[in-house]
Ligand binder design. Structure first.
Ligand code: ADP
Ligand code: MG
Length: 319
């Protein structure tokens, strides 16, 4: 099968929202009047971002999910994407699984594949996603205000738990492993919540490298600090109720795990009920974990107000 047959068979579909989709030198696409474009690219490399054994359907899902998560973090509505694919060989079974996982998620979020590039080489999946947001309503990292509440969406830490299990650094009960693995391999981008927080959240980012690191980007851009109440993070791990996870491990996975694709955002405290109702409407739980401070440090507080030493930056090296 040649390059063009491959594209026709696995990636070309009738253009929906695009003026011109796959097949010409450029795709042509008209943004809605009064909107700004939100653009982001993310590349997944075999061995670094995924294991060679991963199911192609899950890889198709995740490659787009991590990009949609960036759009959600800016409160942008997904519209279209480009797919650049490097493949060692034409494997029809792999391609049909991959494209199925990709298109199922794309359709669920109204995001259309409008072009890309295909070449032979080491397995590498690169997606550029395009969204739109009403002019000047994008939520950036720089808007957090002193006194704002600090929230995270969904669940944190499970993907890291699965990764450590794959690395054989810990052993999990089978049901816990399966649940954690699905969080690692099939993250759900928080599109609905991100978009609904327009005009409500003062700052937002998605959590791809771990809560403390990604929150750190917000604090730096906003020139503020934060207090996180440790007692408020203990239920964030989806699997925490299903086994007796050692507290130290739980804290490390939640605070510095990575690969979560949840949202971290800030809101004025008068918006608490509003945030709660948006969370219910979107079907995405949110947890208030602390607040923004004028003190530029990021502090972890115990229930008695004492400060927990933050040794979590070294987490990357635990093996
Ligand atoms: P060109 O050489 O003019 O850049 P290509 O021959 O690489 O174009 O691609 C032909 C068409 O197929 C283009 O419209 C391109 O956007 C599209 N395309 C190529 N690879 C992919 C892919 N992996 N997914 C979607 N569209 C693709
Ligand atoms: Mg061309």
């Amino acid at each position: 099968m040649g390059e063009f047959e491959l594209i026709d068979r696995f990636f070309k579909r009738a253009a929906r929202q695009a003026d011109v989709g796959i097949g010409d030198d450029c795709a042509i696409w008209t943004p809605s009047p009064g909107h700004q474009l939100a653009l982001s690219a993310d590349m997944l490399v075999e061995g670094r971002h995924f294991l060679s054994t991963v199911n192609p359907r899950d890889l198709g899902h995740k490659a787009l999910a991590v990009n949609l998560s960036d759009l959600a973090a800016c409160a942008a509505t997904p519209r279209a994407f480009l797919l650049s694919l490097s493949l060692p060989r034409v494997d029809e079974h792999w391609l049909s699984g991959f494209s199925e996982g990709l298109f199922t998620l794309a359709d669920a979020h109204g995001c259309e594949l409008i072009g890309g590039d295909t070449t032979q080489g080491p397995l590498n999946v690169s997606i550029t996603v395009m969204g739109e947001v009403p002019a000047h309503q994008a939520i950036m990292r720089s808007g957090a205000q002193v006194g704002d509440d600090l929230y995270v969406s969904g669940h944190l830490g499970d993907a890291r738990l699965a990764l450590e299990s794959f690395r054989n650094t810990l052993s999990l009960p089978q049901t816990v492993f399966e649940l954690a693995r699905s969080r690692m391999e099939r993250p759900e981008p928080r599109t609905a919540l991100g978009v609904s927080l327009r005009g409500v959240a003062t700052s937002m980012a998605d959590i791809s490298d771990g809560l403390l690191g990604d929150l750190g980007h917000i604090l730096k851009a906003s020139r503020v600090g934060a207090n996180i109440e440790i007692s408020l993070i203990h239920h964030l791990m989806l699997t925490s109720g299903a086994w007796s996870c050692p507290q130290e491990l739980l804290q490390r996975c939640v605070l510095a795990g990575g690969d979560d694709y949840e949202l971290v955002f800030t809101c004025h405290p008068t918006r608490r009920q509003h945030v709660e109702s948006l969370s219910v409407a979107c079907g995405t739980p949110v947890t208030r974990i602390g607040r923004i401070t004028a003190d530029p440090r990021l502090l972890l507080l115990n229930e008695d107000g004492s400060v927990l030493p933050n040794s979590f930056s070294s987490f990357d090296h635990f093996a």
